[in-house]
Design a protein around this ligand. Sequence first.
Ligand code: AKB
Length: 315
Amino acid sequence: MMIEKILVLGSNGQIGTELVTALRKTYSEDNVIACDIRRPDYDIKNSGPFEFVNVLEKETLNTIFQKYKPTQVYLLAALLSATGEQNPKLAWDLNMNGLLNILELAITYKTAKVYWPSSIAVFGPNSPKDQTPQFCVMDPNTVYGISKLAGERWCEYYHQKYGLDVRSIRYPGLISWKAAPGGGTTDYAIHIFHDALKKGSYASFLNAATELPMMYMDDAIRGTIELMDAEAGKISIRSSYNFAGVSFTPEILAAEIRKHIPDFKLTYTANDPRQHIADGWPRSIDDSYAASDWNWKPEFDLAKLTTDMLKNLKK
Ligand code: AKB
């Protein structure tokens, strides 16, 4: 049996922190190399190898590929929607050139599989809002969304032209308690839990009616690994799969939190630029390709994720 060597680039972020832990459980600690531009937290550093890597530095990346000859690479380093709007050129550079560097090195070093996350941000104001289909009008209006859509096209191009086994998921907003979120528009759905426990109230930067697709991190990590474990012949989408968990508004989430913290108060702040970003995104996602190609099925509904978030954050 081939021994897997797995590089996770962007290992210290919200997804990376949990993905590295999950992969190390399956593939053993020494075979999963965590890489990030920043010093890792205690858990990642002490449970296996770590390398400082900037995905924009080709020479360093080349050295890392040469050293580990990875069989799988997960590229998670990115600027998200809200921080991307504050620094559009950096967002484009990191999200685009980081991906192109990895796709090229994966060909050179014959990496068996590459994973790269896309996002619901690839959709835009003219995409259907409800049960947004896999294939439809896509007119993203954020640099993050534009870079993710362009990235999806590059992934499919590398698959078709060079046979690279690259796989991808369009993540909705991801809700988790282990690591802090990284500057997205959906981050309110994490901050609300912290503030509910600390202060008993939260001021949401998205308005009461803003419904967005979301998912609990446990589902996201399981789905990502299931996609990577699926037989190549079953993967019919080489751009990026629609991927759904639950959809809710701040108001609906607050009502669920009140089942645990009855006095919880939700207020709203006006004129936050993230509202404009959210207004261009879908309310819910049709993920039937993921369901039929590799049996995707979420396990966490709103009640279950709320209970789990509060239980873990209380600790
Ligand atoms: C963001 O809000 O930017 C991200 C995403 C939906 O990709 N969480």
